[in-house]
Design a protein. Structure first.
Length: 152
């Protein structure tokens, strides 16, 4: 069946979000797979420390860390709302997104990482967003990249 994962059971699924609308199909697919598998769900939002470093260098003004942290908290709360009654453990982390995501997956023995193909990185790749591409290369477990159907 095209586009479906069939008869694969996952004990632990990690959904990585950047909080963007473009990432919502990945969030929904991850939650759907978790429901079908009875999986533990981890949702992570990573505050990119490159942006923090840029802010400290005076490139970006204002309290960027707090803004990004609040954005991350909202993104994780949105996942809980989408999940309804489904249990989701949420984590607000900081660092280089792909490394933090893959390290978290290893530390927690995750079976599947679910990411969107493009979020709000602003850098369009030919097929995948830069974080998704890096996660694919770095992960020790299965990775499901969910493309937003509105992207062509």
């Amino acid at each position: 069946m095209k586009g479906e994962l069939v008869a694969v059971m996952f004990e632990k699924i990690l959904i990585a979000t950047d909080g963007s609308e473009r990432n919502q199909p990945a969030v929904k697919k991850g939650l759907e797979l978790a429901r079908e598998s009875g999986s533990t769900v981890y949702a992570v939002y990573v505050v990119d420390d490159v942006m923090i470093t840029s802010a400290e260098a005076g490139v970006i003004t204002g309290d960027l860390y707090m803004t990004l942290k609040e954005e991350g908290e909202q993104a994780l709360e949105n996942i809980k709302q989408i999940a309804g009654g489904q249990k989701v453990e949420t984590y607000l982390l900081s660092g280089r997104p792909a490394k933090v995501i893959t390290d978290f997956a290893v530390k927690n023995n995750v079976d599947l990482i679910v990411v969107g193909s493009q979020g709000k990185t602003g850098l369009k790749r030919l097929v995948l967003g830069s974080v998704a591409e890096s996660v694919l290369r770095m992960a020790d477990c299965m990775v499901l990249v969910v493309k937003n159907k509105e992207e062509k």
